[in-house]
Design a protein around this ligand. Structure first.
Ligand SMILES: [Ca+2]
Ligand SMILES: [Ca+2]
Length: 191
């Protein structure tokens, strides 16, 4: 136990000229219990809500709650929210403080899994024989911090590497020529 306090001071006295006796009643503070909830597994791009309602203290309602995230940022309060745009494992530590100043912590892990990109648009292209045509596609990925490569399968065994450009929210792929069919996997757009 890491906290205590005097609950009451009382006393009794001895007789005249005798020895005195004083009594003190102490109430030992029980440390709080922190509970940040279960470990989580979410898709990248998700917002995760945290709730410390299962934390408790014997003596009184908890005085304060603080959430510490992997980047060193903190949020105070019974609940907190956090966006996870990048896949990986991220610790979240809840620290609670009781009215006597005792603290307790609980750390959970948020596992963020990669989500494959999705090809949104790819239009048919008509060209003149012997001339190059540009083929353009767009895709989306909830992992806005992900990097991407693109490959087009022309359908005859030939492939070409595409150039990815544009904003992270709506990137675009440009290919040198010909037409093909679209598919996607992992963080690679195969068009
Ligand atoms: Ca307590
Ligand atoms: Ca992704």
């Amino acid at each position: 136990m890491d906290g205590w306090g005097a609950d009451q001071a009382g006393g009794s006295s001895g007789g005249r000229g005798g020895t005195g006796l004083e009594s003190l009643d102490f109430r030992v503070n029980h440390p709080p219990v922190a509970h940040a909830g279960p470990d989580r597994t979410v898709d990248q791009g998700s917002q995760v809500s945290f709730d410390a309602s299962d934390s408790r203290d014997v003596e009184a309602p908890l005085f304060a709650y603080e959430w510490l995230f992997h980047d060193g940022s903190t949020v105070t309060g019974l609940t907190a929210e956090r966006d996870y745009p990048e896949d990986g494992d991220y610790p979240v530590t809840l620290t609670v403080i009781d009215t006597a100043g005792s603290t307790a912590s609980h750390t959970i892990t948020v596992t963020v899994t990669n989500v494959a990109p999705t090809v949104l648009t790819a239009t048919d292209v008509t060209g003149v024989e012997g001339s190059a045509v540009q083929f353009v596609a767009t895709f989306t990925d909830p992992g806005v911090l992900d990097t991407h490569s693109a490959l087009i399968d022309w359908g005859d065994g030939a492939t070409s590497v595409g150039m990815v450009s544009g904003s992270s929210l709506r990137p675009q792929i440009s290919f040198p020529s010909r037409d093909g069919r679209l598919s996607s996997r992992s963080n690679e757009c195969r068009c």
